[in-house]
Design a protein around this ligand. Sequence first.
Ligand SMILES: O=C1C[C@@H](C(=O)O)NC(=O)N1
Length: 448
Amino acid sequence: MTEKTLIKNINIVNGGQIILTDLLFDKGLIQKIGPNNDTNARVIDGTGKYLFPGIIDGQVHFRDPGLTHKGDLYTESKAAVAGGVTSFIDMPNTFPNVLTINILNEKYKIAAEKSLANFGFFLGVNGDNLDEVLKLDTSKLLGVSDDGLYFTKKGNLLADNPETMEKLFAHCKSIIAIHSEKEQIVEENEQLYREKYGEDVPVEFHPLIRSEKACYEATKRAIDIANKHKARLHILHLTTEAETHLFRNDIPLQQKNITTEVSVHHLWFSDKDYQRLGTLIKWNPAIKTEKDKKGLLKALLDDRIDIVTTDHAPHTLDEKQKPYFQAMSGAPIVQHSLNIMLEFYKQGLISLEKIAEKMCHNPAILYQIEKRGFIREGYFADLTIVDLNAPWTVAKNNILSKCGWSPLEGTTFQTKVTHTFVNGHLVYDNGQFDETIKGQELTTQNNG
Ligand SMILES: O=C1C[C@@H](C(=O)O)NC(=O)N1
C-alpha cells in the first residue's frame, strides 16, 4: 500500500527553480504542491532538505538474466533506489542477448517480479537481427541499442558496419542509442601496444587504445548517417571534448534528432586516476584526460550534452583484477551518481536546478516517458529527498551492488539520500528498505 504522505517544509528542486513549500501525494500520484495541513496524511519533515524528482538513469547494465553472479534486477535496483534513482533503462547485453521481442518481454516479466525501481529495456540491434528488428513496429519500442553487444558479437557490430547503420537509420522509428567507438581503430591500437608490452599492457594506455580518434570518427559518422536519414540518434556515454563540438545547443531538447549523454564516471575520473585505481576504472569508452573531463562538464552545462547516466556495469573483483586485456570493462556506480553530481554542486560547478534537469527532466523528455521526471500534480510520486550536509564515506559495508566493491571506496561525499519514493511508496528510508512493492514498467508516449 502506498500511504497518503505530506512532505512538509521542503526545498523542491524542479523546473529550473527551488521553492520552499509542502507536497502531498496519495495513491502513487502527486496531489498538491503548496502549503498544506492535511491531518490524515503521514507527515515527513523536510526542514533543511531538498526534494528532487526521482532520478531516471538512461543507461544501466543490471545483468539479469544470464549474468546474475555480477548483479540482478533485485540487487542492482536496490542499489539504485538507495542512490535516489527511481527509474532505469537497461541495456541488451544480458544473456541471451536481447535480440528478439520474446527475450525483451521475458526481461520485462523478470523485472516486474524483482525490481524495486521502475524499468524500461532496450531491444538489442546488430548485423545479425537487423532484418528482424525492421519487421517490427519500431515506433512502439522505447529504443534500440548496440551497447555492450560487442562482448559476444564481434564482427557484426553497428560501429564496424556503415551499411548496417544506413539500413537501420533509414527505417528505424525509435531512438537508436549507439555505443560510439570504431572497433577497427581500437583493434589496430591494441595490436600496437601488444607488440610493445605483450598481454600485460599498463592500463594507463587504455585511453590511447580506445582513443579519441576511435570515438570521434564513430560519432561523426553516426551523426552524418543519422542526418542523412533524419533518424533519431542518441550517442551513449560521450568521453571526449572533441566530440562535444558535434552536438547542438541552439534548439530545445524536444526538437533535437541527435542527442547525447555523459556518464558520471567520465565527469569524476580522469587518466590521472589509472595509477591509483588500475583496471578498476577500465571502462569502454575509456576514462580520458583532464581536458576531456572539463570539456564534458562544460558541454553538459551549455546543453550540448542532454542527460547524465551511469552505464552502471557491475563485474566481480576477480573479473576486474586481471591483466589489462583480460580485465572486464565497466564498474558499479548507480548508487552514487546523485552523490557525485551533488559533490560538483558543493564545489560550485553546477546548480541543483541543472542537476534536476539533466538527471530527471531531460531523460523523461528524451525517452518520452509519461508522467515522470518532474514534480507536478498528477505525476507519479517518484521522489528523492537529500540532505546536503551529511558527510559519509563509501565503504564495503555500505555498497549495495551485488559485486560488493566500488571504484569510489574511501570517497567521502558531503550529501546523503535520505528517502526515495517509487510510485508513492517509501522504498528507501535512511538506510532501511521496504521491498514489498515492486517498480512499474515505464510507459512512453509510444507504448503507453
Ligand atoms: O558499454 C559498456 C558495457 C559495459 C558492460 O560491462 O556491460 N561496460 C563498459 O565499460 N561499457
